[in-house]
Design a protein around this ligand. Structure first.
Ligand code: SPD
Length: 435
């Protein structure tokens, strides 16, 4: 290429008008168009105009993608500008043509033709974001790239180095490992944070130890657990801290998650070679159904460590799934599931609580809260359901918990936090009160 960049000016015509007026769909399409071409997305900003029209830009490491739409004319003006050789703007073009169901005309221009300009040799400008700048010794550049986990109204962003250590679109989802500045390496699935090195202990300890302690308070030592999801390995790591465990069955739908975490998050994924682990790569929903009807195996504890209810995790938020889980639990067994955020996913949070109450009974389902500092809103919930008549805080002694977790190198959970986690703010109590 004899130019710094390629710029495609596209006229998209006869598009679907409703798509052209939908700011969320357009931003998603533009960001995916960039990612599909292999670009690194730095940020995006999109606006919806009144009465019609959307404008927006996706800033990429390799330049930008921009759009302006006129839904009333079923027309969109799109710029696809990429520099360097690594990203082909025509890949983004093909993606958008499909997304908008459009006819088109397109014109490609070279930008910054190197026939007519020369690179300066005497430029001594400090590069943006250079750390310890010394041209003689070399220096490191900190790029200003952000990962954002968001819905249409709220977001949580973490700055990362721009290095993507793992990126795979599996049959189920997009699995990535990025290196964040503040929280270390992190696993993301479909643009949502699943865990980071710095705060994963909050989630993995809280999805494990309160349930184990509740179970042990009436049934004696934990022996047999089922984990649905949990492909990063953090939950089985916590379970294996109980040396009474004889067998853990883990059913994870996506082997890419396990592979990514074994490679890049070894402190989280450190128990995959434990001989007491029965790792099944398969559908946890189908497994629970099967276990409920055929198998004689009964679990002390079932932990549902799934993703958010979009894509393969959707079935983990249904009544039939929890009915099957209940059948597979031993008497006095405990089920715990990640319950989303009362602030970020209010509807799902309430529905899941009510769904579990309809299966286990209204007095046998208990909500816990904890600080998930890298999930949107930072306030996250778990739902614990007990197959029996005991209470997970009233029937348990703090001293017993303290003795049981001593030496387990926990960073978040302790005997005080056990009951504190079940103490809910008034607004959360009100949200789940009605059933
Ligand atoms: N929005 C994030 C919800 C993620 C729940 N599962 C995380 C997996 C960690 N083992």
């Amino acid at each position: 290429m004899k130019a710094l960049g390629r710029h495609i000016l596209v006229e998209f015509m006869n598009c679907k008008a409703d798509v052209l007026n939908d700011v969320v769909q357009i931003e998603k399409a533009m960001v995916e168009a960039a990612q599909t071409a292999g670009a690194t997305v730095i940020n995006s900003t999109f606006h919806h105009f009144s009465p019609y029209g959307v404008s927006g830009v996706v800033v990429i490491q390799e330049s930008h993608l921009a759009i302006h739409t006129w839904p009333e004319y079923r027309y969109a003006a799109v710029d696809l500008f990429t520099c360097g050789d690594s990203v082909d703007p025509w890949v983004s073009f093909e993606f958008l043509k499909k997304a908008f169901d459009a006819s088109y005309s397109a014109l490609e221009m070279n930008r910054g033709s190197t026939h007519v300009m020369k690179k300066g040799t005497s430029l001594q400008v400090k590069p943006n974001d250079a750390e310890n700048y010394d041209p003689a010794k070399g220096y490191k550049i900190n790029r200003n790239v952000w990962f954002t986990d968001k819905d249409e109204n709220q977001a949580l962003s973490l700055r990362y180095t721009g290095d993507i250590l793992f990126d795979e679109k599996s049959e189920f989802q997009r699995v990535r490992i990025l290196e964040s500045y503040a929280y270390g390496k992190m696993l993301t699935i479909d643009d949502m944070v699943m865990c980071t090195e710095k705060d994963e202990s909050h989630y993995h300890e809280m999805i494990t130890h309160p349930a184990v302690q509740a179970f042990q308070s009436v049934s004696g030592p934990l022996k047999n657990a089922l984990v649905i999801g949990g492909g990063d390995g953090g939950t089985i790591r916590e379970l294996f801290k109980y040396n009474t465990v004889e067998k853990i069955t883990m059913v994870e739908i996506d082997e890419a998650v396990v592979r990514a975490c074994k490679l890049h998050l070894p402190t989280i994924a450190r128990e995959f070679s434990n001989p007491k682990l029965n790792l099944i790569i398969g559908d946890g929903i189908a497994y629970a159904k099967d276990a409920a009807t055929k198998s004689t195996e009964q679990f002390d504890i079932i932990i549902v460590d799934g993703s958010d209810p979009a894509g393969p995790a959707e079935g983990l938020f249904t009544k039939s799934f929890y009915e099957n889980c209940m059948k597979s639990l031993k008497p006095n067994g405990v089920l715990i599931t990640q319950g989303e955020s009362p602030m970020f996913h209010a509807k799902t949070f309430v529905e899941l609580n009510h769904c579990l109450k309809s299966v286990f009974g209204p007095t046998s389902v208990h909500t816990l809260l904890f600080h998930a500092t890298t999930y949107p809103s930072g306030m996250w919930s778990l739902q614990m359901a007990v197959k029996g008549q005991y209470h997970p805080t009233k029937d348990i002694k703090p001293d017993q918990i303290a003795a049981s977790v001593a030496g387990k190198s926990l960073r978040y959970y302790n005997e005080d936090l056990h009951s504190a986690a079940f103490s809910l703010p008034t607004f959360v109590k009100e949200m789940i009160a009605s059933k």
